[in-house]
Each structure stands twice: as C-alpha cells, then as structure tokens.
Design a protein around this ligand. Structure first.
Ligand code: MN
Length: 214
C-alpha cells in the first residue's frame, strides 16, 4: 500500500501559544494533537480496513463502515479548514473581510454585523457537537451560513468550506468550561479574514463554468 496517499495531520500555520488568550496553548495543543489526530487515524484505519477486506475477500458492514468514514473524513476536513482560518489576534486575526468576500457579504447580509450575528447564532445553537461554517452555493451564487452536526450531518453534499468554527465542547472546555457563547465571541478576535477572502477568490476562479448547459 502507498501510505503517502493516506491522510495526515496538517501543521498549524502558527504556534500553539499564539492564539492565546482566546484559545490557550494547552487547549489548542490537545485539540490539534489529540482530537484532530484521532480523526486522521480513524480515516486511515478505515481505508486500511477496506484494503484488508478486499485482499482477504471478506465483506464489511458497508452501512456502518461508510457512516464512520464520513464522520472521520468530515472531522479531518473541518479541522483542517478551522486551523487555516485562524490567526493570532492583531497579527492576521480579527477585523473584517476586505476583498470579494466583503462584497458578497454586503450583498447577502447588508452589513458585517448582520453576518456576524447570524453566524454566531448558528454556532451557539448547534444541537450537541458540531460546527458553524461559511459556504457558497454555486447555483444561487450566494454565500451562506450552515450548521454541521457532529462532522457530517446536516450539511449539503458538495458545498465548499470557506470558514469553519468548531463548537464541539472539546474545542473550548479548558478555557471556557461549558460556556460556548463566550468561546464563539472570542473567535471573532482570531479569524484570519485574509485567508477566507483568498479561499473565496480561489473558489470563484475554480468554479468558472467550463460547459454551457442548454
Ligand atoms: Mn474539534
């Protein structure tokens, strides 16, 4: 098996202590090296399980295995997006978007404040463990806030992730105990809008239609 094609934990684009006081060094280190790593390991283990089952000619419980795979892969992808869209406060983190994303945000929400309010409400109200994300619909050409339950439920297939906020308790329990709203409030100080803006510009470029539909 070519293990170079397996899933890997991405390095953080900042140090573990750099997001303090909004996310403490200990919280970020555990979140990245334990929780995210577990999803990477989980996804790789399922791929290996498939390889082995095919080699041995045995059947897998397809429903249970694929459900688990979507959970582990969702966890890996969402965490990778989350780390990328964070930056130290005052050093890339905080403020507001400035580029094409700002234009799209103004069209959709009328103001940054309205967007922030809707995203906050989505994050705070996720039932159980999950995420608030910013996505884009290439049919309506509108950006939008969505909730993801767990890592893989309640999110339309094929929707791109522009920004993600982890509201699993494992994301904030050391810093904020059970106070999710306080963590969500802190998040706005460490959003890397420059990256989210670039992701959006890149997405629009890559999704330019290559076929004209009749
Ligand atoms: Mn997490």
């Amino acid at each position: 098996m070519d293990t170079s094609k397996m899933y890997e934990l991405p390095r953080l684009p900042y140090g573990y202590g750099d997001l303090a006081p909004y996310i403490s060094e200990e919280q970020l280190r555990i979140h990245h090296t334990k929780h995210h790593q577990a999803y990477v390991n989980g996804a790789n283990a399922i791929i290996e399980r498939f390889d082995k089952a095919r080699k041995d000619g045995v059947d897998l419980d397809m429903k249970a295995t694929l459900k688990e795979l979507s959970f582990q892969l969702g966890g890996h992808e969402l965490h990778s997006t989350f780390w990328q869209n964070l930056a130290p406060a005052g050093n890339g983190g905080g403020g507001q978007p400035t580029g094409m994303l700002r234009d799209a945000m103004m069209r959709e929400y009328g103001s940054f404040e309205r967007f922030r309010k809707e995203f906050t409400q989505a994050a705070v109200s996720v039932e159980g463990s999950g995420w608030a994300v910013l996505t884009y619909c290439e049919v309506s050409h509108r950006i939008g806030v969505m909730q993801v339950e767990k890592h893989n439920v309640n999110f339309p297939v094929g929707s791109p992730l522009l920004m993600a906020l982890d509201v699993w308790e494992h994301a904030y329990y050391l810093d904020y105990k059970n106070d999710r709203a306080k963590f969500v409030e802190a998040f706005w100080n460490i959003v890397n809008w420059d990256i989210v803006d670039k992701m959006f510009a890149q997405l629009l470029e890559s999704r330019k239609p290559v076929l004209v539909r009749a």
